[in-house]
Write a protein that binds this ligand. Structure first.
Ligand code: FAD
Length: 627
């Protein structure tokens, strides 16, 4: 085996060999099945008299208010830290701590890291180093390997670099296992592994004014210097737990879905799963196929839309083989769809360019923003009525069906898709335990106690999700004047320019963080746009001989205000309690960007005028650019 760190004799740069081996061959799985029962693949007709009237609006409000303050999540610390262990790889490859320098250091080896490497290396930036907490590439698709995992954005638009890889996903909605393998092949093909330090968590990133470098410290004892740091550490990376009385007492096996323990044989076991978000919706049907008894503990039901999974056809393969740029064109068309549900339904004819773009519908007179929002809420209500009607059409027990119906606008919580989830509740060994509106009350040595009933369990699975847009590395970045990004955002509110820069944190780029748009429901679109932007900036600096870039405070303030305004304007469409709005507590404009394509309207003039940027030549003896 090669040494973990070598020097390339040609370039003088370090070459790494730190990819960890897969922990066990038991870690295998699949995503959505292809079903033949047409009834399961269609939404029922819109029920008669479906109007979002005062009564229905009151129902939505009551549903929301009953849950206010119920979300109480906690980080995995103390005795719960064990839930964070990397169960997918062999132990870290031993290596010496590094105390050297590189030009660009990237945190994260998910789609963001992989795409950045492709773009940076093509642009001639080769002194690039990646630090990744996990033992291999893939990010989201490394950590999430629960049974049933698949992407919900069609894979032909979602997987990056398909043409460059000469690859066509096997299914319209590829399984997470296929996506992970794809990431590994991508890393292999483009030489990513040589540049990545796996099982290496960045714990501190501090700007050193004197030398114009970031000092990056890791849990492996490294203290590295880098001229640029790029945070590509994801938006749903840090798992969280619901805080439940007595949870430390449970004597059975337990784990979080993002660290699925394949050493536990679930066959014939009594299994409980807490949470019914996007993960549980995919995992429950697969669990139902193997366990003895399954108890699904639900506080708030998800909207379960149609999935209609299918295999990639031979015709598609043949067409795309002769159509250079097919995936890029498809992703670009996908990005033009402004309605979330339409995007995620992913109409093949439209995405293949067989039908033209739909012109925006003209109304008889110009509508006020309030009228437009009301119209959107009305059509949103109609979709939700069909989704609720689907529950009644499939789930036989009326009490279970009633509990499975969501009352909030479509897309307010992460929409989910499945054709086997609802039917699973008709199986005699699958039980929905409705814990609305406050959630699971208590855990004891044997299992879960809810309203005086004990549910004894052999295995307890936490499908309690992730921190949204709050990846902990953000809290560990210390910029100019010794101020951390966390301190800045806590005192001033979240402030960025385009989501990519934050004033006082020079030469730092945040990929797909708060306020960072991209204008699509497909995250790869944002990662793509941000990677292009970062490479553009580094090239611009190279051409100008600039060594340091920061952004002007007043333009950052204006951009943050824009984010606040667009968030407020679209807030009625997200009027429920959800991780998207920090469980109802986030300041407007502090999390995801809700301006859609307008992000590009801020980006384009910035790039053509360079007005927002403060460039310095980086020589510490030269005084800083004035603002
Ligand atoms: C189950 C699931 C399904 C999803 N499905 C879809 C979908 O269908 N469509 C869609 O558009 N989006 C989906 N997403 C969102 C998904 O996260 C993005 O699409 C995309 O994969 C994010 O890529 P990334 O590289 O930005 O982040 P990630 O994939 O999260 O990768 C970030 C990496 O950074 C590493 N990291 C974090 N902090 C540190 C640190 N301090 N030091 C070192 N390494 C660190 C993490 O270990 C991780 O590997 C899904 C998310 C989840 C959780």
């Amino acid at each position: 085996m090669n040494a973990p760190v070598l020097i390339d004799p040609e370039t003088g740069l370090k070459v790494f060999n730190t990819r960890a081996a897969k922990a066990s061959e038991k870690i295998v799985g699949k995503g959505y099945s292809v079903l033949t029962d047409q009834k399961l693949k269609e939404l029922p007709e819109l029920p008669a008299g479906a109007i979002f009237d005062a009564e229905e609006q009151a129902k939505y409000r009551a549903f929301k208010e009953a849950r206010r303050g119920a979300a109480d999540y906690m980080a995995m610390e103390g005795e719960f830290k064990k839930y964070l262990d990397d169960v997918y790889s062999e132990p870290p490859i031993p290596r010496e701590a590094l105390t050297d320098e590189c030009e660009i250091l990237v945190v994260g080896a998910g789609f963001g890291g992989l795409l950045l490497w492709h773009r940076l290396s093509q642009a001639g930036f080769t002194d690039v180093r990646f630090c990744e907490k996990g033992g291999d590439v893939g990010g989201t698709w490394y950590w999430n390997r629960y049974p049933g995992i698949a992407c919900d954005v069609e894979s032909y638009s979602y997987l990056p670099l398909l043409e460059e890889m000469g690859y066509v996903p096997s299914m319209k909605f590829a399984s997470g296992f296929e996506i992970l393998e794809y990431c590994q092949n991508l890393a292999q093909k483009f030489g990513f592994y040589d540049h990545c330090l796996f099982h290496t968590t960045v714990e501190g990133t501090t700007w050193d004014e004197a030398c114009g470098r970031w000092i990056v410290e890791t849990d492996r004892g490294d203290t590295m210097r880098a001229r640029f740091v790029i945070l590509a550490n994801g938006i749903l990376t840090t798992p969280k737990l619901a805080r439940i009385a007595g949870m430390e007492k449970f004597q059975g096996e337990s784990f979080h879905t993002s660290r699925w323990n394949y050493n536990i044989d679930l066959r014939a076991k009594r299994v409980g799963i807490i949470g019914t978000g996007a993960t549980a919706v995919q995992a429950v049907p697969e669990l139902a196929k193997i366990v003895g008894q399954l108890y699904v503990f639900q506080r708030t039901p998800s909207s379960i839309d149609v999935r209609d999974q299918r295999a990639t056809t031979d015709e598609e393969r043949a067409t795309w083989a002769n159509e250079p740029g097919w995936a890029r064109a498809r992703r670009a068309r996908f990005a033009k769809i402004s309605a979330g549900r339409t995007a995620i339904q992913a109409n093949d004819d439209y995405l293949a360019g067989k039908v033209p773009d739909r012109k925006p519908r003209k109304h008889e007179r110009e509508l006020s923003p309030e009228e437009l929002t009301q119209k959107q809420l009305d059509s949103n209500f109609r979709i939700m009525e069909q989704i609720r009607a689907r529950v009644d059409a499939i789930v036989k027990d009326p009490k279970t069906a009633a509990a499975l119906k969501p009352y909030y606008p479509y897309g307010c919580k992460r929409p989910t898709f499945h054709d086997e989830y609802l039917p699973a509740f008709n199986l005699p060994h699958v039980h929905l335990v409705d814990t609305a509106p406050r959630g699971v009350g208590e855990i004891n040595e044997r299992g879960i106690v809810q309203e005086g009933v004990e549910y004894p369990l052999d295995v307890l699975i936490y499908a309690t999700g992730f921190q949204w847009m709050g990846t902990s590395t953000f809290n560990m970045v210390t910029g100019r004047g010794g101020r951390t990004l966390k301190e800045k955002w806590e005192s001033e509110g979240t402030k960025t320019f385009l989501g990519l820069h934050s004033h006082g944190f020079p030469n730092l780029f945040i990929v797909t963080g708060p306020q960072g748009g991209g204008g699509s429901f497909n995250f790869t679109d944002a990662i793509d746009a941000h990677s292009d932007y970062v490479v553009w900036m580094l090239r611009t600096m190279r051409e100008r001989g600039a060594r340091i870039v920061d952004v002007r405070k007043e333009l950052e303030d204006a951009y943050a205000e824009h984010c606040r305004v667009v968030d407020i304007a679209t807030a009625p469409l997200r009027d429920c309690i959800s991780y998207y709005n920090g469980e109802g507590n986030a300041a407007p404009g502090s999390l995801a960007y809700y301006g859609g394509g307008r992000w590009h309207k801020h980006r384009i003039p910035a790039q053509s005028t360079l007005v927002p940027y403060l460039f310095e030549d980086g020589d510490p003896t030269v005084s800083r650019a004035t603002e």
